[in-house]
Design a protein around this ligand. Structure first.
Ligand code: C2G
Length: 134
């Protein structure tokens, strides 16, 4: 019986913080399933993504440490996904600490340390800065 780990995220401008989290979550079980937020859901989260959903999904699905992806279309799908997929561990970065404790009756819930010094929003600001005069 494989020990399935589940997480969700936007994964915009994919970076090493995302990679560290996914690798560390994968190490907690035998299979890692990742829900990638759709562009529409990100708007509800108040996030304007740079990379479209189809490309973000493709990048995450291509990672060696990821076994399956699914679309995250809203906040409320987690419990159903956990039951349907037989998830043993639900994990997120610790900026989410406490937010998903209501899932504890369904599976283990873990919050792993974020990678310091990198974020999609910081990368977006770098992209938005005007290039220095030549
Ligand atoms: N993360 C990390 N280290 C960073 C940046 C992000 O560990 N330097 C983690 C976050 O804690 C999160 C995951 O990477 O667990 C994805 O981060 P985002 O793409 O920013 O996802 P988010 O907007 O937090 O969406 O229902 C849950 C939401 O979809 C989470």
């Amino acid at each position: 019986m494989s020990r399935i780990v589940l997480t969700y995220g936007t994964f915009d401008l994919f970076h090493v913080g995302h990679l560290n989290l996914l690798r560390n979550l994968r190490a907690l079980g035998d299979r890692l399933i990742v829900g990638v937020s759709t562009d529409e859901f990100n708007l509800k989260k108040g996030k304007q993504t740079v990379i479209p959903f189809a490309d973000r999904l493709d990048i995450v699905q291509s990672l060696k440490c990821v076994d399956m992806t699914l679309a995250e279309t809203g906040w409320a799908q987690k419990a159903d996904d956990i039951r349907r997929l037989g998830v043993a561990v639900f994990g997120m970065g610790d900026d989410w600490r406490g937010h998903f404790d209501t899932l504890r009756p369904l599976c283990e819930v873990v919050y792993l340390p974020r990678t310091p010094g990198i974020s999609s929003s910081a990368l977006k600001h770098c992209l938005a800065r005007p290039a220095p005069a030549a």
